[in-house]
Design a protein around this ligand. Sequence first.
Ligand code: SF4
Length: 344
Amino acid sequence: MSQDERSAGDLRNTGLSLRHDRTWDYELERIVEAVEERDAEKVGMQFPEGLKRRAPHVTDDLRKLLPDDVRVMISGKPCYGACDLDTYMMRRTDVFVHFGHSPMKDSEKIIYVPLFSNVEVTPIMEDALEELETGDVGLVTTAQHMNKFEEMREWLEERGFTVHTRRGDERLTNEGQVLGCNYASADIDADQVLYVGGGKFHPVGLAMEHPEKNVVIADPVNNVVTIADHEQFMKQRYASVHKAMDAEKWGVIFCTKIGQGRWEQANEIVENNDNAYLITMDEVTPDRLRNFDMDAFVNTGCPRITTDDGPRFHKPMLTPGEYECAVGNKPLDEMEFDTFHGTW
Ligand code: SF4
């Protein structure tokens, strides 16, 4: 999966791809209010990849509402999640707006505009009934459909289901919300989970994290119902671990993005392995690693780069847990899907 597709995990596959032109509520009044309150001179805006093409239009609309001397800037940095704030821009603007994701951490400085999808969810849930057994069911969704979460729950309850939901950990804003790296909201007492949302990025991660559960995908964006199949992904992970077993020189990546740094994991590896080298970087891409003379890499940043983009790197790329198996600290059958907890 390419970086573009990974971002799709957060947006493109969840109805924000603008394949059909839609109107989103960019909450410009909220931004204008903040400018007035803070007497702001500079406004910075950060859009996820799937919405960057909309940035000039949003800028035009905002400029019309603001005094001429307020400068509006658009972040050109890639953005794949609420973990991925343009901190340079954040420090140098009076009002910083992050579109398309729900807050990972409350901050007075940041205005989060989640951009909810306006797609109807109940028609595809109706189709999903065929794949569900009446009784206990877990319910999860992404930030983009969070505005319909109560409607989903009631709809299932009206049809006789006992709906189990929970808020995950502090990395997640809402009850029932999942991220590509965190499925703690699916730690519920049910053997089946209904994921309502676009694409396979999230539910396949969910199935890898909870292989004992049947994960039914009701995708209201592409209008399909499927069952998440994680086996192909697990095979790919085992293959990478096997390839890395002979590695001597390890590159250990510490990601400098605000919400993707896991210092303890990265530090522990280099502390215990003289042949491990700590590499710091923001975007973790195959091109950037190509010139390093390493036998294998461990990525402590976004877990989805490892699982989804792994085959694109010139050397095996492992998660911290997989590294433990590759160097023999843990048996292979204890290999787990890598999840990310906490914020910053
Ligand atoms: S670290 Fe988590 S929230 Fe951030 S881009 Fe990766 S999957 Fe998404």
